[in-house]
Write a protein that binds this ligand. Structure first.
Ligand SMILES: C[S@@+](CC[C@H](N)C(=O)[O-])C[C@H]1O[C@@H](n2cnc3c(N)ncnc32)[C@H](O)[C@@H]1O
Length: 241
């Protein structure tokens, strides 16, 4: 398990501020007006991390369940979203025994490293989706949109802690699917030496056609749209009964 989502989890909201997710969540909610208009509607997120998306989406849903592999990220999310249910689970195998109007999978899907595992995630979404419900998947890239990038960020807390992040990726590996992203963190707590961390994460991209083929094979009616950040957003509807 990555240090980023465990030992460093308490720094998450200084690295990735929930406020910065407002614009994209606004775009996502515009794609599902009929789900948001439903009475007693329900939301399940797979790989919900620090709960940054949920902090905006929770206004639109009566019942919100957030799931993640990391107990520490769930705890950080619970501090931000105490009214939501938090459950530990792997998006490839989670089975809650109930169904939701909307299933959301954000950038956590980038950690799914094979088409076989991607199919398992789609099956998890399908069994938790009500008939006429929607699953939405937001990978950072598909093969066709992959690009080399460098990014930086970070925030200052009221208690004097500061976090800064430098992030960059490598080209897609020879397997045609995986690539590495480097994260360098500078983490400062008053009166302590600066803590520096470097971690490499392995992520994956798949061709758009494979996404759509596997979503259809699972039983969804699926299409993709582009958002303002140039990402493919996969919108998968489970047919009504
Ligand atoms: C970049 S963070 C997600 C941040 C999230 N978008 C937010 O709003 O805060 C990626 C998360 O994916 C989780 N993750 C990775 N693989 C997973 C899996 N197979 N099942 C569930 N969660 C997973 C990690 O534990 C981590 O919390």
């Amino acid at each position: 398990m990555q240090k980023f989502y465990n030992d460093l989890a308490d720094w998450w909201h200084l690295i990735s501020d929930p406020v910065d997710y407002a614009e994209e969540v606004d775009f996502f909610r515009q794609q599902i007006p009929e789900i948001i208009a439903r009475d007693k509607n329900s939301y399940l997120e797979l790989g919900s991390g620090g709960g940054n998306n949920a902090t905006h989406f929770k206004q639109d849903f009566d019942d919100v369940v957030l799931t993640d592999l990391s107990n520490k990220m769930l705890r950080v999310s619970h501090n931000l979203n105490p009214e939501c249910d938090h459950i530990k689970g792997d998006m490839r195998s989670l089975r809650l025994g109930r169904a939701f109007d909307f299933i959301f999978v954000h950038d956590a899907i980038d950690y799914i490293l094979s088409l076989g595992d991607l199919q398992l995630v789609f099956e998890t979404a399908y069994v938790h989706c009500k008939p006429d419900g929607v699953a939405m998947f937001v990978p950072d890239f598909v093969c066709e949109t992959f690009r080399i990038f460098t990014d930086s960020g970070g925030h200052d807390a009221d208690d004097g802690r500061t976090a800064r992040l430098l992030e960059w990726n490598e080209p897609i590996a020879e397997d045609g699917i995986t690539y590495k992203t480097h994260y360098v963190f500078a983490l400062y707590t008053p009166e302590k030496p600066m803590r520096l961390e470097h971690e490499i994460h392995t992520l994956a991209v798949f061709p758009r056609a494979d996404w759509l083929r596997l979503l259809h094979a699972t039983g969804f009616e699926a299409h993709t749209i582009r958002d303002n950040f140039g990402r493919d957003i996969f919108i998968a509807r489970k047919p009504a009964l």
